[in-house]
Design a protein around this ligand. Structure first.
Ligand SMILES: *Cc1c(COP(=O)(O)O)cnc(C)c1O
Length: 424
């Protein structure tokens, strides 16, 4: 640990000098190449995929980078998931299995189909779907399994795929937080029937908004293409407004693709920096009592670290609450957050499942049994213990990681004082 940091100094929240005054690296990272690409697209006057080249070029580049046969760009990650559920014909009355520890879009797209979201509890060690509880959640109505590679860490894909294959249920990987992450040296998003990505501003590959679907299945790709293009498929282009299927306009613009092509040239170096800093930070934080960094399954050969996640145990910090721990950490110049609230018990879900449409579609018994069936006690607990650092914090020098570890250890040494101060 860098000698410049003094662990016994008073915490910033109690009037001491903060461990850090400098901000962490800002996000997004861009420069001249992005500017030229955007201006070039502007001046070309070709702003949509129908008359430009950028979207197609990006799709080819992203497919090549991930090892997928096919890539379809979409207007955001939510629409990538939406496209896949439709390409796989998920309909009202079906069930879709998802984790409760995820961004709300994962469940919203299931509700948009008037399907039933079935939650599988979280493995608190990894923050991922607990694959040992997957089998029990499957019924004859299960139409898709949608694991999420949360925070850029990777789900136990061997177990999930084995269970899905045995039942012939397609797996849609929500890889919206896991660009370039790997399972046994294969990129996530290429392991299931389809994989979905987001290029929203906070994500590790960013064009403000944007998304993509990866698949090796040509027929799924063609259905996905048609759905994202108002139902008009590749072969239908140029025909007289006659459509064989329904769809939406979920296309990416040429501006976003121009930006993504440039951002992709920065991606590999950023991935390597996050992975090295993430592993180093784990080696430091793993030594601090009461801090348990998210573990990786043995098959995870590359963590994309969209988030750096750990569990906080107040018992090792003189009972200091997580909220005060976060406040003390922020005072030291380390922005940290508490992460998700449990998704499966939120009011919007209860209201949606109680709506006229759902009551018409689903037998009363299924809706009545749903809350108990999708209870996730391990996840409820994880949501009270989690601490997140964002991906940009891993983009700087190794000494940034030292500063995080020092701030946490300083808070631990003064935790009793901090707790006392708060109650005074
Ligand atoms: C960001 C995100 C999405 C949605 O992506 P958008 O581009 O914001 O629509 C879906 N799932 C997960 C896990 C995400 O993090």
């Amino acid at each position: 640990m860098a000698a410049a940091f003094r662990l016994d100094d008073r915490p910033a929240l109690l009037g001491g000098a903060p461990v850090r005054r400098d901000p962490f690296p800002s996000w997004p990272v861009f420069g001249e190449p992005e500017e030229q690409a955007l201006v070039g697209t502007l001046r070309s006057g070709r702003w949509y995929r129908g008359n430009g080249e950028n979207v197609r070029r990006f799709e080819e580049a992203y497919a090549r980078a991930t090892g997928a046969r096919r890539c379809l760009a979409t207007c955001n990650g939510t629409s990538a998931l939406f496209v896949c559920l439709n390409a796989l014909d998920v309909q009202p009355g079906d069930e879709v299995i998802i984790p409760p520890y995820t961004f709300i879009a994962t469940v919203n797209v299931v509700l948009r189909q008037f399907a039933l979201p079935v939650f599988v509890d979280t493995d608190p060690e990894t923050f991922q779907m607990d694959a040992s509880k997957l089998e029990a959640a499957i019924t004859e109505r299960t139409r898709a399994i949608m694991p999420v590679h949360l925070g850029g860490n990777v789900c136990d894909m061997d177990r999930i795929l084995a269970i899905a294959r045995a039942r012939n249920i397609p797996v849609i990987e929500d890889a919206c937080q896991a660009h370039m992450a790997e399972w046994k040296n294969r990129k996530v998003g290429t392991l299931g029937a389809a994989g979905c990505f987001s290029f929203q501003a906070s994500k590790n590959l960013n064009s403000g908004e944007g998304g993509a679907v990866l698949t090796d299945d040509d027929s799924l790709y063609e259905r996905a293409y048609a759905f994202h293009n108002n139902g008009s498929g590749l072969k239908a282009i140029g025909t007289n407004f006659v459509y064989a299927s329904t769809g939406h306009n979920l296309r990416l613009t040429e501006f976003q693709a121009a930006l993504l092509l440039q951002q992709m040239s920065r991606l590999d170096a950023q991935v390597r920096t996050r992975a090295a800093n993430g592993a180093y930070l784990t080696s430091l934080l793993g030594q601090i009592p009461g801090i348990r960094p998210a573990r990786q399954y043995a098959g995870c050969t590359l963590n994309a670290y969209h988030l750096y996640m750990f569990r906080y145990d107040p018992a090792e910090f003189s009972g200091l609450s997580r909220e005060l721990f976060l406040k003390a950490l922020r005072a030291e110049g380390i922005p940290a957050a508490g992460g998700y609230s449990p998704l499966n018990t939120q009011p919007f879900l209860k209201n949606t499942l109680g709506s006229r449409g759902y009551r018409r579609i689903f037998p009363e018994k299924i809706l009545k049994e749903w809350p108990e069936r999708t209870a996730c006690p391990a996840n409820d607990r994880l949501c009270t213990e989690a601490v997140w650092l964002t991906q940009n914090m891993l983009l700087g020098p190794r000494s940034d990681m030292d500063s995080i570890a020092v701030a946490i250890e300083r808070i631990r040494r003064h935790a009793a004082d901090l707790a006392r101060q708060a109650s005074a």
